[in-house]
Design a binder for this molecule. Sequence first.
Ligand SMILES: Nc1ncnc2c1ncn2[C@@H]1O[C@H](COP(=O)(O)OP(=O)(O)O)[C@@H](O)[C@H]1O
Ligand SMILES: [Mg+2]
Length: 366
Amino acid sequence: MELFDELERVGKAFCIEGQFLGYETIQMGNVNKTYKVHFRKSGGGEKSYLIQKVNTYAFRDPVGLMNNIDKVTEHIRRKNPGGTALHFHHTADRKTYLMEGEGFWRMTNFIPSVTYDTVPDPSLAVSAGRAFGRFQMELSDFSPEELIETIPNFHNTRWRYEQLLQAIRENRAGRLEEVQEEIDYLLSVQTLACTLTDLQQAGQLPLRVTHNDTKVNNVLFDPETLEALTVIDLDTVMPGLVGHDFGDAIRFGANRTEEDCRQLDQVGIDLEMFRCFADGFLSVTAGVLTDTEKDTLALSAFVMTVEVAARFLADFLDGDLYFNIKYPEHNLVRTRCQITLARDMLANMPRMEGIIRELVEKTLHA
Ligand SMILES: Nc1ncnc2c1ncn2[C@@H]1O[C@H](COP(=O)(O)OP(=O)(O)O)[C@@H](O)[C@H]1O
Ligand SMILES: [Mg+2]
């Protein structure tokens, strides 16, 4: 079926009345297929919505995932009735999704906004940090046990290390000899990298609801004021630790380069960007996070960086089965970039911890 007809049919299935006028494909994002669609209402006005075709290869339990999203968005909406938020439309049989054959569709309000793939200036990092912090706070009284783990063991660092050791033992792609240095480094920092997982298992870090994809392109900004309007892309919302969201945002957004940069002398932590994101994040969360959570926030950036390095390396050894690659040694390039970033974070850890302490003080005594 033509895409035009398909989107028209999906809109009707979500009970949108009026004439279907057309659609635009949204290029940003790389997991789902996203379309802005336009309808003419019976009164004559036009209205836009957002339709997504969910990637059911990445998300094997899309119904469970939609249940998670539904619970979380409803909780946020109840707390903040007038605020800008994602709202999922329902089908005639009151479902937030339409499942037919290999197609899994959903439909939300379209929020007029701008999005960025990389942070164009530090003030936006403050807004993005505040937006992800606010998301944490809105869900701080929601019990994470109500959510399924959409990707089991996602941030279980010990398990990630076991997967790496298995990939080393199996050496499926015959690449082991090339990566001895990377393996040595990752094994040398294993204990430190497993800090969050171990503290959680010892009951010293609370389980919360986490977003798990805290990239800046998952924040919608007001086109006029550039204030963050809301956080989107809730597919990976699940139980987790606050450091998972904070740390991954820093790993991705406060690296001076892309995550697969080959010029390793340029890779490193941008402390100004780190400070800005942390400032926004802590300005809303500092009063609620436990001391152990705050004390491990800077370290969490290192933990998330090592964890993803271990995943890239395991995938390189397996023969590139999980991550999409653009060239044969792409996963090795990613591994080296992340290891370089992790080393630089460790060298700067006292400074990063100092910045966190300073910002916590500032917020608590404001
Ligand atoms: N409700 C919305 N209103 C306006 N734009 C949106 C909305 N939802 C998504 N977008 C745009 O579509 C892009 C991709 O959506 P997203 O849900 O993040 O998909 P993916 O999982 O593929 O990253 C976003 O980066 C944003 O630019
Ligand atoms: Mg996205």
